[in-house]
Design a protein around this ligand. Structure first.
Ligand code: ZN
Ligand code: ZN
Length: 409
């Protein structure tokens, strides 16, 4: 048996396999891109994933996990630990403005976050791994997860239905996921240890009063517009006075609706905003401070409130050891000059739920290409990715899995 794990040629072998599979990966990605499906509706996507996995010859394919998810496993030639790789498969309710021939065929639905690229890359990694079983001891589990873009996320349901369960070797030793990033040059890998992405909670506040003539505010119990204005200002004290200075966080009120008139004080004002935190401690304290601030200011001004804080994904915290492994493996696979340290990202990502239970890391795959004008941000109607990056996306995931198995064998 050729031991690719310790062979000096392992990187080259995987690069060759990734290059050989690239045309197929691009074909799968374009097909998924043309047929995007929204959260928990990824029926055709899941069917395509299943048929490709069947063709690749992976072991133990489960469909219908968390409604439209797929879990499969690839056993190495010898028993060993369990490592997990994850891709999200859902699209967004955005109408695509790209004009290439494989643009979305579904009005108002688009793979604008690159999850088509994630899915195709993970299939590419699966194909490489299934062709190299003699190269590793242990099992690689593949998660194709629905509904990353919409609360409550697909990850909790995947976990509830066994995504992180032990196998005969015990609990999974590591989990990895990647996300495309057009702000990084094609084929680069971006890593950050520790708190990397934010928790995201939605805040809904309604300030209630009587409403009445704007010339007679003294005859009303309260002015909800004035109370709302004080609330918006006071809420910033949560970030400036509750948040520890070294613990990043953002609170924004993005919607204020006071539907009165020049001469009408409305009976209510509705406000909506978001809280982003990098630690569970600040998040918890912020929730308490938001409720206290809103209700006390409203009370001081004679108004009443209703408040709802919709709890979103937790902060995504990369394990130090797993992140070091990604950085090391990236240095070996794409080279030190293409391995970059990145800043925190205040978007939210339900991969965070996996990381609460299994040590692992979520890293970025550069898919931008300034020379070709590929630079639109994710979640925009002109987002796309530089397809040669998918060769790195597939090959590096396969290498990382083998490297992680090797690390724990
Ligand atoms: Zn997204
Ligand atoms: Zn995404």
């Amino acid at each position: 048996m050729v031991d690719l794990v310790t062979s000096p040629g392992v990187v080259e072998n995987i690069r060759d396999a990734a290059a050989a599979g690239q045309e197929w990966v691009v074909g799968v990605r374009r097909s998924l891109h043309q047929h995007p499906e929204l959260a928990f509706c990824e029926v055709n996507t899941a069917a395509r994933v299943k048929s490709e996995l069947n063709a690749i010859g992976v072991d133990r394919i489960r469909t219908g996990v968390a409604k439209t998810g797929v879990i499969a496993e690839i056993d190495g030639a010898k028993p060993g630990p369990l490592v997990i790789l994850r891709a999200d498969i859902d699209a967004l309710p955005i109408h695509e403005e790209n004009t290439f021939d494989f643009r979305s065929q579904i009005d108002g639905c688009m793979h604008a976050c690159g999850h088509d690229g994630h899915t195709a890359s993970l299939l590419g990694a699966a194909r490489i791994l299934a062709g190299m079983r003699s190269a590793f001891a242990g099992t690689v589990r593949l998660l194709f997860q629905p509904s990353e873009e919409k609360l409550p996320g697909g990850a909790p349901a995947m976990i509830a239905e066994g995504a992180l369960d032990n196998n005969d070797a015990g609990p999974p030793v590591a989990i990895f996921g990647q996300h495309v990033r057009p702000g990084m040059e094609s084929g680069t890998i971006g890593v950050r240890a520790g708190a990397f992405m934010a928790s995201a909670d939605e805040i809904y506040i309604t300030v209630h009063a009587d409403g009445g003539h704007a010339a007679e505010p003294h005859l009303q119990n309260a002015d909800p517009v004035l109370a709302a204005a004080h609330i918006v200002v006071a809420l910033q004290s949560v970030v400036s006075r509750v948040r520890p200075p070294g613990d990043p966080g953002v609170l924004s009120i993005g919607r204020v609706v006071a539907d009165g008139a020049t001469n009408v004080i409305p009976p209510e004002v509705r406000m909506e905003g978001t809280l982003r935190a990098m630690s569970a401690a600040f998040r918890r304290d912020a929730h308490e401070a938001i409720r206290r601030t809103v209700s006390n200011i409203a009370a001081a001004m004679g108004a009443t409130i209703s408040i709802e804080i919709k709890v979103g994904y937790p902060a995504l915290v990369n394990d130090a050891g797993a992140t070091a492994l990604v950085r090391q493996a990236s240095t070996e696979y794409v080279g030190p000059e293409r391995t970059v340290d990145i800043d925190r990202w205040y978007a939210a990502e339900d991969f965070a739920y996996y990381l609460e239970q299994v040590p692992g890391a979520f890293y970025m795959l550069g898919v931008g290409n300034k020379a070709l004008g590929i630079a639109s941000a994710v979640h925009t109607p002109t987002f796309t990715l530089d397809e040669p990056a998918l060769e790195t996306g597939a090959g590096f995931m396969a290498y990382l899995a083998i490297r992680a198995l090797n690390e724990t064998n």
